[in-house]
Ligand binder design. Structure first.
Ligand code: ADE
Length: 404
């Protein structure tokens, strides 16, 4: 037994109170008896607790990672020791990554749980028709909506990401904290007093910007969406194009879910010593080919930090090859955040198993009752009580009479 992995799993379980209470019920009901589940998620402790929850409810689970750098090898081994089949190693080559996804699909799963849509896409390429899938992240949902629009989606997919109890907290507070976990570990540099550029002001960008501000940085946002740009400005941040931001930035962190936020043009004007990191799902937000092409030398200067010297002698630093910094270097989102996200996933999988026959080839939102159940369990876990509407207040909300 990998004891370090087991300890990490136990620690996570102790602090995942929402998922634990759902797990007790799923285990009692054996709600996933005989169901084969194929997962491609960041293979670390919190994911392990989701996988064990599904297994304890009766499912046979196979797990691969959804990113070549995000696996915690101790946890992966401990999960195998606990009877789950894992196919994940930190530092996978591209071939290994896809071969691991194939091993998950070789089990003929009924249900897929994916993060980023690579597993779901591979299942489509192989002509597999599963009952349905659940997708964790914004990037995956963007790809799935494009598949639905183009009429190529072959089974129902639950969008865990669209649940309020997922994106409001995971994308914002989770990414906000774990991005700095990664940056601190990689660089040990000070944030206070620095110019900190955040590429994208979606939920993840908002979280990173909020935390950078709290750490004393001067925060600059780059955006393409006018409404988000106004929001960023009124939240107290400077907003400007990346070309202007790059000239002043001490740090640039991308979290837009789009490619090419930082390209050759930005590198040509970038401030000497700028640190580049990405917190989005794929490593294409910073154009690494451009960085390699414009650099005369590249060397490793710390674990997970490469320094690139540009033709004119300026240096820029890249963390973790532009792979998501919060998992490639940091430990992923905090445990209590993934508790909520994975509670949504567990209930989403149960919903798919119960309802797949009535569902079409579409991306579905998680039902509001699941969101509300997870919120109430989270309040219980935090020891917080709510007021309730009185009958008079309820009637008032349902009437169109003016107030008196
Ligand atoms: N841990 C497991 N999955 C994660 C995710 N999608 N983001 C951050 N941390 C995670």
């Amino acid at each position: 037994m990998n004891e370090d992995g087991l300890k990490k799993l136990k620690w996570a379980r102790t602090h995942m109170k929402v998922l634990s209470s759902i797990a007790i019920e799923m285990k009692e009901n054996r709600s996933l008896e005989g169901i084969r589940i194929g997962m491609a998620l960041h293979t670390e402790a919190k994911t392990g607790i989701l996988a064990l929850t599904l297994q304890e409810a009766g499912a046979e689970v196979r797990l691969a990672s959804c990113n070549p750098l995000s696996t915690d090898d101790d946890v992966s081994e401990a999960l195998n020791d606990l009877g789950l089949r894992t196919f994940a190693r930190k530092g996978e080559t591209n071939e290994e990554y896809y071969s691991n996804l194939k091993s998950v699909l070789a089990h003929s799963p009924h249900v897929l749980v994916d993060d980023g849509c690579d597993l779901i896409k591979l299942a489509h390429e192989k002509g597999m028709r599963v009952w349905g899938a659940s997708e964790e992240t914004t990037t995956g949902i963007v790809r799935l909506r494009a598949m639905e629009r183009d009429g190529v989606l072959e089974f129902p997919v639950m969008s865990a990401n669209d649940a309020m109890m997922k994106h409001l907290f995971d994308n914002r507070y989770g990414t906000g904290q774990s991005t700095f976990d990664g940056i601190f570990t990689a660089t040990n540099l000070l944030i206070a007093g620095k110019k900190f550029v955040v590429g994208g002001y979606g939920w993840c960008g908002r979280g990173i910007a909020m935390r950078a501000k709290g750490l004393g940085a001067e925060v600059i946002i780059t955006e393409v969406d006018p409404i988000r740009a106004v929001e960023a400005r009124l939240d107290g941040f400077q907003v400007m194009p990346m070309m202007d931001a790059a000239k002043q930035a001490d740090f640039i962190v991308t979290a837009a879910g789009n490619r090419d936020l930082v390209t050759a043009g930005h590198l040509r004007v970038m401030k000497d010593g700028c640190v580049l990191a990405n917190s989005g799902h794929f490593n294409n937000e910073i154009n690494i080919d451009d960085l390699e092409r414009l650099s005369k030398t590249k060397k490793s200067v710390r674990r997970m930090v490469e320094s690139y010297t540009l033709e004119d002698g300026r240096t820029v630093y890249l963390i973790a090859d532009g792979r998501l910094v919060n998992l490639a270097v940091g430990q992923g989102h905090p445990v209590e955040i993934m508790d909520m996200s994975f509670a949504i996933q567990a209930l989403g999988v149960e919903y798919l198993v119960r309802n797949h026959e009535k569902m079409g080839k579409k991306v579905y939102r998680v039902p509001a009752e699941i969101d509300e159940r997870v919120a109430r369990l989270k309040l219980d876990a935090m020891g917080i009580k709510l007021d309730t509407l009185t009958p008079i207040q309820r009637d008032y909300l349902n009437s169109w009479e003016e107030g008196t």
